[in-house]
Ligand binder design. Sequence first.
Ligand SMILES: Nc1ncnc2c1ncn2[C@@H]1O[C@H](COP(=O)(O)OP(=O)(O)O)[C@@H](O)[C@H]1O
Ligand SMILES: [Mg+2]
Length: 261
Amino acid sequence: MNSQGNVSRPDNHPENDKVIEVSHLTKDFNGITAVDNISFTVQEGDIFAFLGPNGAGKSTAIKILTTILRPTAGKIVVNGCDVIKDEHRVRESIGVVFQEHTLDTELTAYENLYYHCVLYKVPRKERKDRIETMLNHIGLWERRNHLVKTFSGGMKRRVEIVRGLLHYPRILILDEPTSGLDAQTRFFLWNHIEEVNSEYKVTIFLTSHNLEEIEKVSRHTAIIDKGRILSIGSNQEIMEKTRTGSLEKAFLEITGYSIRN
Ligand SMILES: Nc1ncnc2c1ncn2[C@@H]1O[C@H](COP(=O)(O)OP(=O)(O)O)[C@@H](O)[C@H]1O
Ligand SMILES: [Mg+2]
């Protein structure tokens, strides 16, 4: 993968190294409060996770951070830009992997990535090199001219993750990136994400309901349920606050033992 050294930063990027600042975010859907007055910040270079059961509000929060949905209330600043007033600059500075697959399955892997380069204004002369490097990195260069509809779920996920990085974003945002993947692909993805974070200083914001993965990869976690943040801090801090020895125990203590639908 190429160096991230030429990432262009918004002029008004935050001096305090907070790349995500969320204050009193609320989202209602016709009377259902999916996100209920949450506030948190993410520091540059962090690996930060939302951990919560189904229906907690994780995807809704991600869609607001990535400018897909508008908040009902609250202020959200990503890379120094307001998600409502400056949505284009927010989009330029983030890479996103949504919970659902979003590749065009009637196009090839190469075409999907090329299309992203065009949308994100990657300089024309750099497009092929970037795509080749990324596809080699995920072991799919040989399959570049195959239609995505012939790919397994894991292959699609790998392509989606490198697509999110093609325009050299400062933040990579991933919503349940490993759900439905086999152990080998999960292992590959976490290594890749950790490498992008440590080598290229890309801040990672992700959601999951997989406790073991969060325990391994995230440095700071917000436990979220019914639209609210119930605990936030390093995994160690969360365990200490609940006087438990594992994140799983802490999670159950905080969110309760009842089964969700
Ligand atoms: N477009 C929508 N219209 C109505 N309700 C929604 C919509 N999207 C999400 N919800 C509701 O908001 C709540 C949070 O959903 P979601 O953010 O998808 O949770 P999670 O990603 O944590 O599983 C759920 O009760 C869900 O049914
Ligand atoms: Mg979700």
